[in-house]
Design a protein around this ligand. Structure first.
Ligand code: FAD
Length: 228
């Protein structure tokens, strides 16, 4: 499908959202992603295609792609994406992915590493829009206090007393100690982990040893980031 760029929004010092309109009426589940193709001359070895979670909930009627931009070492794909004029079109395929909430009434723990927070924005805004109770703990690790979506998340937490959000910034880290501190009754909860691949793999190994049944763990990992 073809997506038209409507606007860009700065979310944090090096993170931007790209807001697209689709001519085609297509549906997606919060937590799913699209494959994007941005054609450009002389693409680097990482090529012209990337996957990005849809950071918007379906009721917003827009596709939001939020991503980090490394000005010095960024890929040719990101350089072209960041330079796209409003009104430009790009190609996308999807939606794909099963990183979706199976039981909206269940008690969940959302573990987000950096820009891995994008699917949780869609999931949380959708639950709020549907007026469902949000029984969730969001553990959100960020490299700095410049936290992507913080204002929107804080508004949600004000409206939902059972949504607990913990922003974890250095010198604190999202690790076993943080899990034990913020998450009670580990065995009863459903864990959704999203972030850089090394972080997701660490949690997949850690959580079963802490008593979380393997079937209570879902993950979405973002290749291409070696840190938060
Ligand atoms: C299902 C899914 C959903 C995703 N959702 C999102 C999302 O919502 N937002 C998002 O930002 N990303 C998301 N990603 C990851 C995304 O697809 C890209 O892999 C990521 O943004 C890195 O982009 P880039 O390769 O253009 O690198 P850049 O962002 O331009 O660079 C990232 C870092 O890669 C390092 N790097 C430099 N050279 C290389 C190299 N040759 N190979 C690898 N790394 C290098 C640098 O340290 C640089 O800081 C998702 C991935 C998947 C699979």
């Amino acid at each position: 499908m073809t997506l038209g760029l409507i606007s860009k929004k700065k979310e944090a010092s090096d993170v931007y959202s790209f807001i697209f309109h689709s001519e085609e009426d297509f549906g997606w589940k919060p937590g799913q992603f699209l494959m994007y193709r941005v054609e450009h001359p002389n693409p680097d070895e990482r090529g012209e295609r990337r996957y990005f979670s849809i950071a918007s909930a379906p009721f917003e009627k827009q596709i939001i792609l939020t991503t980090r931009f490394d000005r010095e070492r960024g890929s040719s794909f990101k350089k072209v994406l960041f330079g796209l004029p409003i009104g430009s079109t790009i190609y996308a395929e999807g939606p794909r992915g099963s990183f979706v909430i199976d039981d909206p009434t269940g008690n969940c723990v959302f573990i987000a590493g950096g820009i891995g927070v994008t699917p949780f924005r869609a999931i949380l805004l959708d639950l709020d829009y549907q007026r469902l109770p949000i029984n969730a703990i969001l553990l959100y690790a960020s490299r700095t206090n410049d936290i992507v979506y913080k204002e929107e998340f804080d508004q949600l937490a004000k409206r939902h007393s059972d949504l607990k959000i913990h922003y974890i910034v250095p010198p604190n880290y999202l690790d076993e100690i943080a899990i034990r501190k913020y998450v009670p009754d580990l065995a009863k909860l459903y864990f959704y982990i999203s972030g850089p691949k090394p972080m997701v793999v660490d949690f997949e190994e850690l959580l079963p040893g802490m008593g979380v049944p393997a079937e209570h763990i879902k993950r979405d990992y973002f290749p291409g980031y070696d840190r938060l």
